[in-house]
Design a protein around this ligand. Sequence first.
Ligand code: PLP
Length: 411
Amino acid sequence: MTKINENYLNLPGSYLFAEISRRVAAYKTAHPEADIIRLGIGDVTKALPPTIIDGLHKAVDEMGSDETFRGYGPEQGYTFLIEKIIQFDYAPLGIQLDTDEVFVSDGSKSDTGNIQEIFSLDTKVAMTDPVYPVYIDTNVMAGRSGLLGKDGRYANIVYIPCHAGNSFVPELPKEKVDLIYLCFPNNPTGTTLKKSELKKWVDYARENKAVILYDAAYEAYIQEDDIPHSIYEVEGAKEVAIEFRTFSKNAGFTGTRCAFTVVPKTVMGYTASGEAYPFNKLWNRRQTTKFNGAPYIVQKGAEAVYTPEGQKQIHEIIAYYMKNAKAIREGVQSIGLEVFGGVNAPYIWLKTPQNMDSWTFFDKLLNEAHIVGTPGVGFGPSGQGYFRLTAFGKAENTLEAVERLKTRLKL
Ligand code: PLP
């Protein structure tokens, strides 16, 4: 008899986006004429810019000739891309990295999901709430979470609530934790931390020999000056933080797939006998064993992001989405709802009217305005009573949605 990994049975039953699809499909069946606008899922809608397409095309051609064909590449990624990442993403911030501290991959979903494997099973894990669900679910699968309580919280996970009451600035946990997931600019709330606020976490990690997993997937959307683009801008962070970045949101790679993870050699864990051991070595071992590298063609596409034309083109697309974000933010404000995010991130997080629960507001928005968003509670218990709208839609749809919010929503 083959036994299953029962940890999987501990996962929540219906995934958030499946339930959204079910409700939208039911509504469409009942109202086939409804012209529904989707401001729900965090996927981008703009095509890859021409310079990236050129980079991809050239690499495709190279694959078609024996002289330039590439087979298996380095599991950690090609040096041509790693050097660009260090030169363009980190050096301008005054951050020095060695090439063997950057690991290129096929996505931050895989990296943020897989990274927990290099930490002991009895690691005490903390995460902000609401949260990108991958961090929790992968710890549930590994057996680190304990059981899901009626309050929507796993017994062994430390939840750090982020809400309007604390201006979405997470407070340090009262109990001692070993591993902390932070994501800024945040998905789903679209809020950010100032350097001084992030420093408290770095200091905590240094004092407690903890590690911070810092997901900077939305770094390119930061508009304001005093918001750090990398956790390594904070003094001492290279001793305690692993950082994740993806080309998905800054360069439209959601379907092309390329990301990277920075694991400084100075981030240490401890053996059972108390000896320090670098996580960089473990991640390298993990990747070389289980991963055969991101495709050469895709890494060539990612390299093109760092050309002057590539930079210009991606920044135009980011500006396009941020214009949507501004329109949504101002539209929601104009109908008297409280709104967060949308200034340094492509997500707008609104407080539902009259303390309505998130799913009731979902149905109301769908029924009255034919707009699909994402119920905040789907990202964790502290998301109850909140709702996420995304700026990744087409501009005309976004503006139409804002108009509908103003004219059709009965408040
Ligand atoms: N991290 C966060 C916070 C995200 O919101 C997402 C995607 O929505 C990802 C990671 C996944 O990125 P990737 O497309 O590189 O897997």
